[in-house]
Design a binder for this molecule. Sequence first.
Ligand SMILES: Nc1ncnc2c1ncn2[C@@H]1O[C@H](COP(=O)(O)OP(=O)(O)OP(=O)(O)O)[C@@H](O)[C@H]1O
Ligand SMILES: [Mg+2]
Length: 248
Amino acid sequence: MSSSSNQGSDQKGMNPPPKISQSSLDRSWIAEVSHELRLPIANIKLLVETLLDGALEDKETLVRMLKRTSQEVDRLEGLVKDVLSIEHVTHNQQEDLMRSEVLLLDSAIYALESTEDLARKKSIRLRTEVEDDYCIYANREQLNQVVLNLVENAVKYTQEGGEVKIRSGQNPGVLIVSDNGIGIEKEEVPKIFNRFYRVDRTKQRGSTGLGLSIVKHIADLHGAKITVQSELGAGSRFIVEFPGAERR
Ligand SMILES: Nc1ncnc2c1ncn2[C@@H]1O[C@H](COP(=O)(O)OP(=O)(O)OP(=O)(O)O)[C@@H](O)[C@H]1O
Ligand SMILES: [Mg+2]
């Protein structure tokens, strides 16, 4: 398994999420978001124009095009949700993070409930191996988001019949999300935390590529370290190590 560890935003080849700054939207961030918005908007425009140009007459074409339009709208919706999420995290960091001892099991249950529909559709088994009293010193909402984004990816990038596991570590403050899915090539691993980065853009139509940049951003805010172990075709393991309350 190839392994890569990311701590702080100074890693080579890594494009860090938006900086903690007074004005939370920097220019490159606006440019990137606009660029990503442009494609689904252009596609929707084209689909609607084609329908108005006569494709409306044919019921089969009409249904096909409306389905495509609906997919593009979903993509826009996902993008806006992720951008707002980054904005929320950026906003939070200017204030006190409001950390507390959060039961990892609660965050795991939240993530499992949010992904169970997709997992069921793909016959993927979701498992948790977290002791009832295992805590992570973190902002509750942000820890929920980290677990959710990692579990969502694990389910998305695992084939039918696979398995996704949420575990706690041997030491305190450690979250591990693993899957036996498609895995990630060694050279790709450092890039997956970049904003809008997707390993295979053509196959990942429903994705915006922001989920892991949000995870990285939250980890940085908490001083947590992320390690990725992955093997193409065998699966991936994401390990997030949060510092304890005493190291605040
Ligand atoms: N568990 C995983 N197994 C295999 N590949 C993964 C896994 N997690 C992430 N990746 C790869 O890393 C890329 C970036 O992940 P990220 O969560 O940032 O974006 P996304 O899942 O494509 O979109 P979003 O989370 O914004 O909907 C993914 O597109 C995928 O190629
Ligand atoms: Mg994702």
